[in-house]
Design a binder for this molecule. Structure first.
Ligand code: NAD
Length: 493
């Protein structure tokens, strides 16, 4: 009998639908079908692939509101948030790679020095079957990034969505089918970590994993057994730094927005807010006032949605409690808001926070803004970099040169200057983390060239006889004196 996976609306706790679980033993057959689809897809020209993928984009655009409704039904997030981040940014990345894949994957010529007799270039070839394992927080957008990038590179895709958001995952198969993409080019498999693990240990040619650091490490270990290349987009503990010459009103609004983004359930949400002492009080007054703009549990556009994965509530609560036990004060919120229709956590503002607290050391993934007072810029930098994570950070100052210098010194895969979280939606430059935030890149040229393609370098002799004579690389070999003279001629300057 087919086992079913049920999806629930976190606002009500009621079921909204279900999908059939893919038994792990069936995963290899899915991958095999995907390989067959790949063998035909890779033979198409960029132009041919672009035409089909444009239709895919068109279908996503036409179905945008429906997609957002499905996302909302499984995550509870307000509809404008579901549309703007899941659908609109999904379209942004689709548009970027559909337009630019050909140019990004053009062969690159290498220089000729010092091997003047030979020219070389690098070609980028699709790796094959891409396994995509996605999380629940932005279930459409985060599955779309690797999916569209892989397809644009010429790979086929097997997607394993989160067990918390399977209906959104299933949309990928339906939309691809409606767009007329070749059959089995985009397949969706369902289940929890057991299905995910079956995909990680299957014969996929590349794995794109987005999720927690804990599971990311397991996936990397599994992938290492076959030397499957893997990209890991993991958790964050992102720092926002407010220097004394920042626009305090605007910055307070930005901190609120980025702290409460998706009710804090975003890898690039602000998790630590550092404010220099000289403007601390004035900034905090602004920030506290800004909290009047947000509330849980209504349908208004400014609302904070529910906690999507109920066990996450315990983690948020434990982090806040640990901070309070160690001396932090709750200025706003600080507790669950169990409305009749769902499970929420109140938008929370914590002050008197320091680095002894779990909330600073770990990812909280909830609507909580912990504020840390710092003496000056150098203390802000030292503390911002005092983390095992490194996904995103931001720095705020009216002196752009100063802010850029600060940004360069932040230990993080992405940083925004006088902006925050925006790197997550700008597909033209790479996005990825360091340390516990993972490795590998999405977006930009790195996201397609080095993630879903393998580089093949080809060299061609300009003058075969000259190569042979000059380098003596063919028999008979030249003696030591010759090589020493050649080294001096080439490298004495
Ligand atoms: P998770 O790690 O629990 O699950 C992610 C996916 O992995 C799910 O599909 C799950 O079924 C699957 N999985 C679980 N065990 C597995 C195993 N052993 N092998 C293979 N797959 C397995 O993460 P989550 O709770 O869904 O998502 C939240 C986390 O994702 C947060 O830590 C967040 O910061 C992170 N995240 C990172 C980014 C980024 O771009 N860096 C973006 C969004 C979310």
């Amino acid at each position: 009998m087919t086992e079913m996976l049920t999806s629930y609306d976190p606002r009500t706790g009621l079921p909204v639908g279900g999908v059939a679980i893919t038994p792990p033993e069936e995963v290899p057959a899915v991958v095999e079908r995907s390989r067959k689809a790949f063998s035909e897809w890779k033979l198409l020209s960029h132009q041919e692939r672009r035409t089909l993928l444009k239709r895919f984009k068109q279908v996503v655009l036409e179905e945008g509101e429906h997609i957002a409704e499905v996302v909302r039904s499984e995550t509870g997030k307000p509809l404008p948030e579901a549309y703007s981040i899941d659908v609109l940014t999904g379209l942004t990345v689709m548009d970027y790679y559909i337009r630019n894949a050909e140019q990004l994957l053009r062969p690159r010529r290498g220089g000729s020095w010092p091997f003047v007799t030979t020219k070389g270039w690098t070609e980028y070839h699709p790796r094959g079957v891409a396994g995509v394992i996605a999380p629940w927080n932005y279930p459409f957008f985060l599955a779309m990034i690797p999916t569209i990038t892989a397809l644009s590179a010429g790979c086929s895709v097997v997607l394993k969505p989160s067990e918390i958001t399977p209906l959104t995952g299933q949309l990928f198969a339906t939309l691809a089918d409606r767009a007329g993409l070749p059959s089995d080019l985009v397949q969706v498999i369902h289940g929890d970590g057991v299905t995910g693990a079956a995909l990680a240990e299957s014969a996929v040619d590349v794995l794109a994993f987005t999720g927690s650091t804990r599971v990311g490490k397991q996936v990397a270990a599994e992938a290492a057994k076959r030397l499957t290349p893997v990209i890991l987009e993991l958790g964050g503990n992102d720092a926002m730094v407010v220097l004394e010459d920042a626009d305090l009103k605007q910055t307070a609004r930005a901190a609120l927005w980025a702290g409460m983004l998706n009710a804090g359930q975003a890898c690039i949400a602000v998790e630590r807010l550092y404010v220099v002492d000289s403007i601390y009080d004035e900034f905090l007054t602004n920030l506290d006032k800004a909290f009047d703009l947000v509330a849980v549990a209504t349908e208004d556009e400014r609302d904070i949605g529910p906690i999507i994965n109920p066990p996450q509530l315990d983690i948020i609560e434990a982090h806040v409690q640990d901070a309070v036990d160690k001396g932090a004060r709750v200025l706003r919120g600080g507790k669950r808001a169990l409305t009749e229709t769902g499970i929420y956590f109140e938008p929370t503002l914590l002050v008197d926070v320091d680095h002894s607290m779990t909330i600073v050391q770990k990812e909280t993934f909830g609507p909580v803004l912990p504020v840390i007072r710092v003496a000056n810029e150098s203390e802000a930098l030292r503390l911002a970099n005092d983390t095992r994570f490194g996904l995103h950070g931001s720095v705020w100052s009216k002196d752009r040169g100063r802010a850029k210098r600060f940004a360069s010194q932040m230990k993080s895969g992405t940083v925004a200057v006088n902006d925050v979280a925006v790197n997550f939606i700008v597909p033209t430059v790479s996005f990825g983390g360091i340390g516990d935030s993972g490795y590998g890149s999405n977006f930009g040229q790195d996201g397609i060239r080095t993630t879903f393609c393998y580089p093949k370098s080809i060299t061609a002799a300009r003058l075969p006889q000259a190569t042979s004579k000059l380098l003596g690389s063919w028999q008979p070999r030249r003696g030591l004196r010759y090589w020493k003279t050649l080294a001096k001629i080439l490298f004495r300057w």
